[in-house]
Design a protein around this ligand. Structure first.
Ligand SMILES: [Ca+2]
Length: 561
């Protein structure tokens, strides 16, 4: 639900700033790791299901009947009226069902004010104002209003605990649109304003109630004051995991580059999202603003403000994720230790198609994969850049898995030691090999016999461990090291310079692929150093792939303008 406030000043156009490769994507949350993995290339579709809580999938289902696809994100609300409060468990049960189907789960709370009991009215309840004295009391521990708020949180904590018990992670979005002045919690800037209540709420639910299954979404509305609102309402980076913006054309401008840049700059390496919207972001808009990790349409407004064709186009776009394209939560890792293989150079014996290049096995994207030629005895290995004490290798297989394979390691890339033998694997389930105790720089999956007539197909090759000896950080790739492909500058603007190691042989070719998988440049390798012209290409993330006669290596390239 949204309220429009026109402010006088329009934001001055800011210079588009693109960050380098995404920060390491490993958090304790599967569904947050997933958002990190798609940020910059794809956007998860989402739908809110407004009241009644007795029918908490109404609008999600209507997306399916309109487009043929379910949204990747389902959203519900604890709400405030007597019938909706009475049906909260129905809403929670829907959240469990949606999680089991692989959806992202978002829950918000149009809460009654701490000066009133629950249930309450919309006008004069959720939409009401506290006096400054009441506000001061609310944010002071031990007072009546402060205690009233915590008792209200106790009620919803019971439902959130139920979700925790079922293994459900929740994008929790309380006190949303905190920069507007209509809801009782909103419109109070500064350290003791709405941000303080957000801190108090998170501390209580996480530390006192132990709700470690909540991923905290800090949400603002798209006023022309957004840039300063982002500074004046920020609860602090340690209090939120995702920064969201409710897009209601509040300044008449919509999805501007200035708003996008303001969000990206405040979020830093964290995901940004379109917290609510009525006009869906077009696929071309998302290609130009690729860091929106999800959008959430507001129930009936989606159907009021977009043509059926526009809704179908949004849900059919290659850069928009629908529920059937989600990885399945059993296939996504969680944990605080970084995946050492992430975006490291990989070498393979064969690739069936350039769309399923070797680099897709180390991109932390559960939807992309390396696919070998349709033959037995193929391999993929990753260069971690330094020697590590390796304790865990996780392999996420596509349906075309290896029936028999070995995990091998090497310190020099030529002499290999087998640390895991797998014979007679009977399903495509991911393999999580732990307790390995190896010390190595290179990790290889030697695929011996195929389970199907297709090639070997890996969504992800993940490696975990700790720095070994004095090498405490990943080494930068050396430009002339055998097997390396060096590119600079990165980010680049007009031209990319390329230096090749052993791959610079006759017959090798270079391709540059955009974030939706289209090849935008293709050229032959003419020597150990060359260049790729970038003029005319839009800003964004690209992948440069060098294909030799037997090997393939890839690098992510950011083009800034
Ligand atoms: Ca992948």
């Amino acid at each position: 639900m949204r309220f429009i406030r026109y402010a006088a000043a329009l934001l001055a156009g800011a210079v588009l700033h693109l960050h380098g490769p995404a920060a390491q994507a490993q958090t304790a949350y599967k569904s947050l790791n997933y958002l990190y993995s798609i940020s910059g290339s794809k956007t998860a579709s989402g739908m809110h299901n407004r009241e009644p809580n007795s029918a908490p999938a109404t609008w999600t289902n209507r997306v399916q009947t309109t487009t043929g696809q379910y949204p990747a994100l389902w959203s519900g609300d604890f709400l405030f009226s007597s019938s909706d409060v009475a049906n909260r468990q129905t809403m929670i049960n829907e959240a469990k069902a949606q999680w089991a189907r692989g959806s992202l789960i978002n829950i918000m709370f149009h809460a009654c004010p701490p000066t009133q009991a629950e249930p309450c009215q919309w006008e004069g309840g959720v939409k009401s104002t506290l006096s400054d004295a009441q506000w001061q009391e609310l944010i002071t521990n031990g007072t009546t209003l402060n205690t009233n708020w915590k008792r209200r949180l106790d009620v919803v904590a019971g439902y959130l605990q139920d979700l925790k018990n079922s293994g459900v992670e929740v994008y929790f979005r309380p006190l949303h649109e905190m920069n507007q002045g209509v809801f009782w919690w909103a419109g109070r800037p500064g350290a003791n304003g709405t941000a303080k209540l957000f801190q108090l709420t998170r501390d209580y639910l996480r530390n006192t109630k132990g709700l470690t299954n909540l991923i905290w979404v800090w949400d603002l509305q798209d006023f022309s004051s957004l840039s300063s609102d982002l500074a004046n309402y920020n609860p602090g980076a340690s209090y939120w995991d995702v920064l969201a913006l409710d897009m209601y054309y509040s300044d008449g401008q919509g999805y501007t580059t200035a708003k996008y840049n303001a969000m990206v700059n405040t979020a830093g390496s964290k995901p940004i999202a379109i917290g609510e919207c009525e006009v869906l972001p077009a696929p071309s808009l998302l290609a130009a603003q690729p860091k929106w990790a999800f959008f959430m349409g507001w129930s009936e407004l989606v159907f009021n403000k977009n043509s059926t064709a526009a809704i179908q186009q949004a849900y059919g776009a290659s850069n928009v994720v629908t529920q059937n394209e989600m990885p399945g939560w059993a296939n996504v890792g969680s944990g605080t230790s970084p995946n050492l293989a992430y975006q490291r150079p990989v070498t393979v014996t064969s690739t069936y198609t350039s769309a399923n290049a070797a680099s897709k096995a180390v991109d932390a994207d559960g939807n992309t994969r390396w696919e070998s030629a349709y033959a037995n005895n193929q391999s993929i290995y990753v260069d971690l850049g330094a020697t590590y004490a390796i304790n865990r290798v996780r392999l996420a297989w596509e349906a075309a898995y290896a029936k028999d394979y070995q995990v091998q390691v090497s310190t020099d890339g030529s002499t290999w030691t087998t640390i895991k033998d797998v014979w007679g694997k009977t399903s495509a389930a991911a393999d999580d090999h732990t307790g390995l105790g190896a010390t190595a720089r290179y990790v290889k999956v030697y695929c011996i016999n195929r389970a199907t007539t297709y090639g070997f197909s890996l969504y992800e090759l993940e490696v975990y461990g700790t720095a070994s000896g004095a090498r405490l950080a990943l080494a930068a790739p050396a430009p002339n090291e055998a097997g390396e492909l060096a590119i600079y500058p990165n980010p680049a603007t007009d031209q990319l310079t390329i230096r090749l190691g052993q791959h610079g042989s006759a017959g090798a070719s270079l391709t540059l692929t955009n974030s939706v998988g289209q090849v935008v440049r293709r050229q032959a390798v003419l020597g150990p150093q060359g260049s790729v012209a970038l003029a005319g290409l839009p800003a964004g993330m690209y992948v440069l792939t060098l294909t030799g006669t037997t090997e393939q290596v890839s690098r992510k390239v950011f083009i800034s303008k």
